[in-house]
Structures are given as C-alpha cells and as structure tokens.
Design a protein around this ligand. Structure first.
Ligand SMILES: Nc1ncnc2c1ncn2[C@@H]1O[C@H](COP(=O)(O)OP(=O)(O)OP(=O)(O)O)[C@@H](O)[C@H]1O
Length: 104
C-alpha cells in the first residue's frame, strides 16, 4: 500500500522553496508576475527569453539579472566583443515597440 505524507498546515500551499506565508510574500516580490508574459493579459508583455538563446546573432544569454516595469534584464556574453554585458529587453507593446536588446 502506498504511503501518504501529510505536510504541516503552514507549508501545504507553498511548494519546495518557501515554508511559510512571509517567505511566500517575499518570493512574490522577487519573481516577476506570470501575467507579464501573457499577451492576452497585458499590452506591455515581457518578451520570453530562453537561457542559452543567441540574440541578434551576437549575445548569448546566460542568466536573468532582474526585471522592471517595462523590461527584463539579462546577463549575456557578447560573442563579438568577447565580454559580459547586461541586456535590457524592453516589453513588447506601446513603450517597448520592438525587441531591441540594449547592451550596456
Ligand atoms: N546593468 C545591470 N547590471 C545588473 N543588473 C541590472 C542592470 N540593469 C538592470 N539590472 C537589474 O534589472 C532590474 C530592472 O532594471 P531597470 O530598473 O532598469 O528596469 P526598468 O524596466 O527600466 O524598470 P522600471 O520601468 O520599473 O523603472 C534592476 O532592478 C536590476 O535588478
């Protein structure tokens, strides 16, 4: 017969990375809201970037640095200049317009 595990009440809804409601709220502030990736939810949708993706045949995306109201920011390796760069990828939509990675 299969064993069932009962989680303590305060951990049942929060997955593996947080153990209580305070940590859940901290995590929600750090992680961008999923609706920002859903074009049916917002006209200023985040462009979905894959780790390892090559942008503009030049910038190899390594990891995410952060996000703001109108962009996501990624650590990338510039294959042309052979250096690390931060890429800001603007939202699609009214402010972003086109997806133009900005190396800085
Ligand atoms: N050059 C950088 N190096 C490392 N991290 C960066 C860099 N630029 C931005 N970030 C990270 O990305 C996050 C978002 O950047 P930024 O605030 O510039 O975006 P934004 O879309 O203009 O924000 P908002 O519209 O909310 O002002 C920053 O909080 C920071 O964590």
């Amino acid at each position: 017969m299969a064993e069932t595990t009962t989680l303590p009440d305060n951990t049942s809804d929060f997955g593996d990375y947080v153990s209580n409601e305070d940590e859940q709220l901290d995590l929600e502030e750090l992680v961008e809201p999923w609706h920002k990736y859903d074009i049916t939810e917002t006209s200023n949708v985040f462009y979905p970037i894959d780790l390892g993706e090559l942008l503009n045949e030049r910038y190899l995306v390594e990891h995410k640095l952060g996000f703001g109201g109108g962009s996501t920011v990624w650590m990338a390796h510039d294959l042309h200049d052979k250096r690390g760069v931060a890429l800001k990828v603007m939202c699609l939509g009214d402010w972003g317009g086109k997806r133009i990675p900005h190396a800085g």
